[in-house]
Design a protein around this ligand. Sequence first.
Ligand code: FES
Ligand code: FES
Length: 165
Amino acid sequence: MSAHHVTITVNGEPMEREIESRLLLVHFLREELGLTGTHIGCDTTSCGACTVLLNGKPAKSCTVLAVAADGAEVTTVEGLANGELHPIQQAFMECHGLQCGFCTPGMMLTSKALIEENPDPTEAEVRWGISGNLCRCTGYVNIVEAVRQAAAAIRSEAGEEADHA
Ligand code: FES
Ligand code: FES
């Protein structure tokens, strides 16, 4: 069993670890760091429950080796809130964009990257953007509404900041 010295930043916290070569990123996050908000649904890159942001891009952490994240910045759902709920979390809550919550962390991280790339996505663009994340409970109507509401809230925050600059 070989281990590698890895430098990684998780939710803004830099750390160094000896990581076994075959350890998957999702297991590293859940079992070594206790960040159990990253869920495991299928283990086969199908459901998106394990989605995290790797250098700002959505990645299914069930199919990324932890050593491959050497030098990277990883964001999990635990890194979204900053004293108060992130606008995406707030919108999911207000729009009832979740039921059991199993898909929700991955869905929110995918949405964060989507909104950063496209601040005003249409319904079709949201549906396409989250198409790698499966929800078995809600259907997608409320999720899509939540993502569009979050995008509007983020645009409005950015507008207010620009006004005060
Ligand atoms: Fe990773 Fe389903 S657990 S895609
Ligand atoms: Fe249950 Fe999406 S809220 S799987």
